[in-house]
Design a protein around this ligand. Structure first.
Ligand code: SF4
Length: 416
């Protein structure tokens, strides 16, 4: 059982690192820890994932920043996957990464053999819903458990109070409509297995109903109150419930989204970081939560929901389609970039463009503390100095700014 002194402790903010750069952005915008995947072993094949050299680089950076790096090895492994795992685990053990996120008991067994000093965190896919399960995983040597998303608040509370293991809870991101991600839809419809990280998300497609003998009569499925597409889930967002979550004295709050954009990572991480800080350090949470919700609505998302944990609470948004009011405009690149040989200047921002930009558009340079700089894109030029009216994705442009910028700073653009 947890001591009283441990109550209301500051939870670790755990963010997705879909690529090396996204992991860096997550740290810059306030993540305490980042989880990243290797191709073939994590449940996000579409994420860029990292190769072993990038994991090594990120591991050194993480230690320098005094943050944490976890590796997701959470596939439900087939026999063939087990062959490469020992070698990979030994490599990661040499790097002294801070934890493995695992679902499969067989993979846990290998981790204990080939990387015995690396803490094991049990993935949400393991579907831990009760204290006896937690005690079982403790006996196996697990350090942290990510609770099943299906639990109610009261159920989670009982477990949190008595758990001898660290507890992690998802607070934000896309949700599977299936039970703890155990799902065959993608395997059946596209041959790509969700349990091996290749989900094609057929639950998020739009469906129609056809009666077998009337193939030409196609019925559209109407969206009803509190329902979206037939199978599609809304996105989890527990920001407004954070005071209740922090009261559970959980060890980590996890953000989903290794395939999401830089804008998503920077926005969601910085908003939750500021919210946690305001709850624990000064009592300004309730004054600011509405403006933080506005920021969260500026990333592409399905309607937000409190999810199963607060199933009887009023839903935050009711329509069913994607909501997209802003997009990623680009990233600030370091001016000391040797490859590009850019001249040093503190009055220009060098931007790697990620979306077509025209002069006259409103762009915002995001800051981790929320004190963002918004400006109209009045003038832009190529590195050669040629003035341009339009910049295309992939270009590097120079834009005059009247405020300091920093490498990997995320820039948002308002969509028409
Ligand atoms: S198809 Fe949907 S419910 Fe099934 S695993 Fe993929 S995202 Fe989850």
């Amino acid at each position: 059982m947890k001591n009283k002194e441990e109550m209301f402790k500051k939870p670790e903010l755990l963010a997705p690192g879909g690529s090396y750069e996204k992991a860096v952005v997550a740290f810059l915008y306030g993540a305490d820890a980042v989880y990243v995947g290797l191709p073939s072993f994590s449940l996000r094949e579409q994420a860029k994932n990292l190769n072993l050299e990038e994991v090594a680089g990120l591991s050194f950076l993480t230690k320098k920043l005094r943050k944490k790096l976890y590796l997701t090895l959470n596939i439900f492994a087939r026999q063939e996957h087990l062959k490469k795992l020992p070698e990979v685990m030994e490599y990661l053990a040499d790097l002294k990464v801070d934890g493995f996120i695992i679902s499969d008991p067989g993979v846990i067994r290998l981790a204990k053999k080939y990387a015995p000093h690396i803490p094991i965190h049990l993935s949400t896919q393991a579907n831990t819903t009760n204290l006896e399960s937690i005690l079982f995983w403790r006996d196996i040597g697990v350090k942290r458990v990510n609770l099943a998303r299906e639990l109610s608040y009261e159920e989670a509370k009982k477990i949190c109070v008595l758990s001898p293991l660290e507890i992690e809870i998802f607070v934000h991101g896309a949700m599977c409509i299936s039970y703890s991600g155990r799902c065959l839809l993608s395997s059946i419809m596209t041959g790509k297995s969700a349990n091996l990280g290749m989900c094609t998300h057929p639950c998020r497609w739009s469906y129609k109903i056809v009666e077998a003998t009337r193939p030409n009569d196609v019925f559209t499925v109407e969206v009803q109150k509190n329902l979206s597409y037939i199978l599609n889930s809304k996105d989890l967002c527990l920001l407004e419930k954070l005071p209740d979550i922090v009261k559970l004295s959980v060890d980590a709050l996890k953000i989903e989204g290794r395939v999401k954009s830089f804008l998503y990572v920077a926005t969601v991480v910085s908003v939750y970081k500021r919210a946690i800080k305001s709850l624990l350090e000064n009592p300004s949470f309730y004054e600011k939560v509405a403006s933080w919700m506005d920021e969260l609505r500026m990333v592409s998302h399905r309607p937000y929901t409190y999810g199963p944990m607060f199933v009887h609470s009023e839903e935050t948004e009711s329509q069913s389609q994607y909501i997209r009011s802003h997009a990623l405009a680009g990233l600030v690149i370091p001016v000391e970039n040797k490859e590009l040989d850019l001249p040093l200047s503190d009055s220009f921002a060098y931007i790697q463009v990620r979306r077509t930009l025209d002069t006259g558009q409103e762009i915002t340079f995001l800051k981790p503390d929320g004190d963002h700089h918004t400006m109209e894109l009045g003038y832009m030029e190529k590195i050669s100095g040629q003035k341009i009216q339009r910049a295309h994705p992939g270009m590097i442009i120079r834009v005059p700014v009247e405020f300091p910028v920093f490498p990997y700073q995320v820039i948002r653009v308002k969509l028409d």
